[in-house]
Design a protein around this ligand. Structure first.
Ligand code: 5GP
Length: 290
């Protein structure tokens, strides 16, 4: 079960047909939550991250088990927790959990495909958050079940719609602002611009990473205008904690190098606020090594 719809590039995953989207099928979702004795909360650190589902989860009598790798989990929301940031992904933690329970023989190709996809996407295809050898040992075990990593990579990354690729091109050529003195690049998209490219869930995923790939850029921010808020997506290199910026200034959080948050000002005011906040961090940004 998930609170909201998720990108089409994940809908080929085995078991996709069993996923219940709370926002689209509230009655069925509530029935399932009410009938559950045990709820696993995967890849989020607090119940307030579950949007409309939050209340139903809070009143549920089920035992709740958190399995997650974000900073500063809200452990009081859960009965048990398996949470560490020293790990590539929640998928890797799920594998370790299964292993610890002695159920490793149950990991078939369908489960291995899902776990491999989680590790691959959370590490940017094994380019970050993957400095621990165990990540590769676990990945090797998953591949030994007979899954096809090349095909999985293609299904996730080579299935752009034409609109999505053109939106990426537009962002990079027309919309990227570089703040040289702050080693920062940001891209801001209005709702009108998103509509022009027939924006679908997941279409803007990963664009922020292109901005971060510029030499000497330490911080990248992607801003999108939503119905009731401005969504901010932060990425950083090295020591720079974007979690702190998102948490302190934009009601958000996440990881040290990848975080998100919201602003309830207009898009232009949010950009102004962001630039003012970054000025306050200038000395730190200069000091931060990459
Ligand atoms: P993204 O920029 O891809 O939306 O999110 C980057 C990371 O930050 C993800 O791990 C995501 O779970 C986390 N994140 C995004 N938005 C928020 C937020 O509003 N609050 C918290 N606590 N974490 C967030």
């Amino acid at each position: 079960m998930v609170p909201n719809d998720y990108p089409a590039f994940l809908k080929w995953l085995p078991g996709n047909e069993n996923v219940v989207i709370y926002k689209k099928n509230e009655k069925k979702a509530c029935d399932i939550i009410r009938q559950s004795d045990l709820i696993f909360s995967l890849d989020y650190s607090a119940l307030n991250r579950t949007d409309l589902m939050e209340n139903e989860l809070r009143i549920s009598k089920a035992k709740k088990i958190l399995i997650d790798h974000h900073l500063e989990p809200m452990i009081s929301d859960f009965d048990y927790y398996l949470s560490t940031i020293e790990i590539s992904s929640t998928s890797e933690l799920v594998f370790r959990f299964i292993d610890h329970c002695g159920w490793i023989d149950l990991v078939d190709q369908e489960i291995a495909t899902a776990l491999f996809t989680g590790i691959m996407t959370d590490t940017g295809s094994f380019s970050y958050s993957c400095n621990y050898p165990e990540t590769f040992t676990i990945t090797a075990s998953l591949i030994r079940t007979g899954i096809n990593p090349e095909q999985i990579h293609r299904l996730v990354y080579d299935t752009y719609s034409e609109d999505r690729l053109r939106l990426l091109g537009y962002c990079l050529s027309e919309k990227m602002t570089i703040l040289t003195g702050l080693s920062t690049a940001y891209i801001a998209l209005s709702k009108e611009e998103l509509d022009r490219f027939h924006h679908q869930v997941g279409d803007t995923e990963g664009i922020v990473i292109y901005a971060l790939s510029i030499e000497n850029i330490k911080l990248a921010v992607f801003l999108t205008e939503r119905k009731d808020r401005i969504r901010l997506s932060f990425r950083s290199k090295g020591n720079l904690s974007v979690n702190q910026i998102a948490r302190e200034h934009f009601n958000g959080g996440g990881h040290k190098n990848a975080a998100g948050g919201d602003s309830f000002d207009s898009l232009s005011d949010t950009i102004l606020k962001l630039r003012q906040i970054l000025e306050q961090y200038k000395e730190d940004i200069d000091r931060w090594s990459v």
